[in-house]
Design a protein around this ligand. Sequence first.
Ligand SMILES: [Zn+2]
Length: 311
Amino acid sequence: MLPFKLVYHPRYDLHLGEHVFPSQKYRLIYEALLRERIAGPEDFLTPQPASDDDVLRVHTPDWVRKLKTGELSLHELTQMEIPWSREMVEAVWLAAGGAILAGRHALADGFAANLAGGLHHAHPGYGEGFCAIHDVAVAIRRLQADGAARNIIVVDTDVHQGNGTASIFAGDSTVFTLSIHQENNYPVIKPPSDIDIGLADGAGDDDYLAILERKLIEAFDEFHADLMYYIGGADPYCEDQLGGLSLTIEGLKRRDRIVFEHARRLSIPVASSPAGGYARLMEDTVRIHVNTIVAAAEILGRNSRRKVTAG
Ligand SMILES: [Zn+2]
């Protein structure tokens, strides 16, 4: 049904219980895509968990061992802001495997979406802000090691700055990082991305979309990417509990379309992941993430038709 693949696993849920991070959203996104016939069962791929060797391309042996055994200090748990469980560890290893799979299929089809992940606050030696490991960084290192892609851009539109991404790829000329976020928000310390767009509190659709488009053009002028990882957070939404921007659901869909249109213009394949989303109503968070898939289908569909007309 879709001209690209979606990556989902029933064990993506981190099983956090009554936590502000609604990781059951992954299942709800999957169910909404099927229920609304945006996708059919044949559009989905099931990932394997990333291997420990893949996770170790980004994370320290000490941190991987601690996650595997659950021997985390109180400080480490506080910093990660989610409880440790075997289910959580399995889920993030699956998210990283899903990011690898989505990257490979994006290279083949132009686009692919992992329905979990975007864990952009995780650092090599510790977890932070609901992120135990950096799934996208693990995927980037694996694809580079395979020779599948060399120059990769990470475009991060989550309302919180991508501090883990910025730290992991600092000084690495093969990975370009762009983060558009609310300046007065977590994380307090924001290590520099290649391009950081720190927005004022309350910024709305028009301001956000204008500067995003300008900076995307700047990024693509500066860096020639073989592949984009798109971290499309739902939390710049005006009704988000952990965000302080004022984007509408329609504005967020326009955001996704702008990112995808520029990627298509330059024939850069895109692998997307959902990242954060803490709307007062869960259905809004789910809608925003579903719209990312719809936006990708619209952009790809339109381009396919153009190709047919031109040929
Ligand atoms: Zn966020």
